[in-house]
Design a protein around this ligand. Sequence first.
Ligand SMILES: CCCCCCCCCCCCCCCC(=O)SCCNC(=O)CCNC(=O)[C@H](O)C(C)(C)COP(=O)(O)OP(=O)(O)OC[C@H]1O[C@@H](n2cnc3c(N)ncnc32)[C@H](O)[C@@H]1OP(=O)(O)O
Length: 319
Amino acid sequence: MPSHPFLPTPLEAAILSIYPLTLLLGSLFGAFSSTTRGAPYDPAAQSFHPPELAPSYFARKRNVFNTYFVKVGWLWTTGALLAFAAAAAAAPRRARRGPRPGSRLAARYAAATALWYLVTQWCFGAPLIDRSFLLTGGKCEIPASAPSSAAAGAADGSVAVLSALECRLSGGVWRGGHDISGHVFLLVLGSALLAFEILPVALPSVRGLREERLVRWENGRVGVVGGESAEDNRDETDRERSEERRPEDTSQGGLGLGTKVALGVAALMGWMLLMTAIYFHTWVEKLTGLLVAFMGIWLVYFLPRGVPAVRFVLGMPAV
Ligand SMILES: CCCCCCCCCCCCCCCC(=O)SCCNC(=O)CCNC(=O)[C@H](O)C(C)(C)COP(=O)(O)OP(=O)(O)OC[C@H]1O[C@@H](n2cnc3c(N)ncnc32)[C@H](O)[C@@H]1OP(=O)(O)O
């Protein structure tokens, strides 16, 4: 049982700990494997170069999983969530009496999408990842060989661009700052979103996914979702709703094809996280990617537990 609504249950903590462990094991493997250490790594290109000498297929930037899966990872996350929502809606009547995804699934998805967008795509201009790169001393360097129009910048060969994309378009190299790993961020946020939405619905009788979650009620008291102490503090309507749901606790939930596909997408994200940990980025870049993703997960899944007003907007999975 967690000690505060803002904290995960032991099972949720165990699930979340898979992420740092994956990064740690992957980074250690990358650091000690002789094949990886012997391959030519180009820090400017942030990859093994030339690609033919990369230590594995997954160590090449243009591998099919990176190009069509991670690089459009939010589209996959969206599709997986829709598949899960469709499977839950189409579940047979008996399973439908099991926990539902919750009326605020779309709000939580929108919140997570907004975070992904601000961090990796656009934040009233350059995305947060690019802003932090510039703030930590990074700049866009234009090689002498670049077309003269692009190279018209400062004396040190750098140009005043605000984003990695602009830099690339002007033929430059994004160099010198701290580059938070966008891959780690997206893969952790996307797979955790799927896990936190699907598991409490698909595995309703597993302790720690639903009923051990602590919440703070409007009167300031803290209780367990669906537990006795919590119900004592809720209004009549809430109690009635929870009575309706009680027989579902023993059902198997709606683990239809869509849910299995969505879990498959989350698992592939886990695999790609491991590949990223082994073959790409520095330790600190991976760590900051993880921390930013964890911040997002906390905002969407743990802050609502402790703040009723936020819970009113974002709700909680399977409640
Ligand atoms: C009821 C249900 C609710 C839902 C109800 C809603 C209703 C439904 C509404 C629909 C509405 C539509 C809404 C959808 C909206 C979208 O989902 S459309 C969006 C589709 N687009 C995406 O998904 C884009 C996702 N991609 C990204 O965000 C960024 O590309 C990423 C993944 C964060 C990565 O960024 P990055 O620049 O590659 O950054 P980074 O990780 O630092 O990598 C640095 C380098 O190392 C390389 N690298 C790192 N790791 C790896 C690796 N593992 N392998 C190979 N290379 C690697 C990178 O390739 C990169 O190299 P370059 O490409 O720069 O040369």
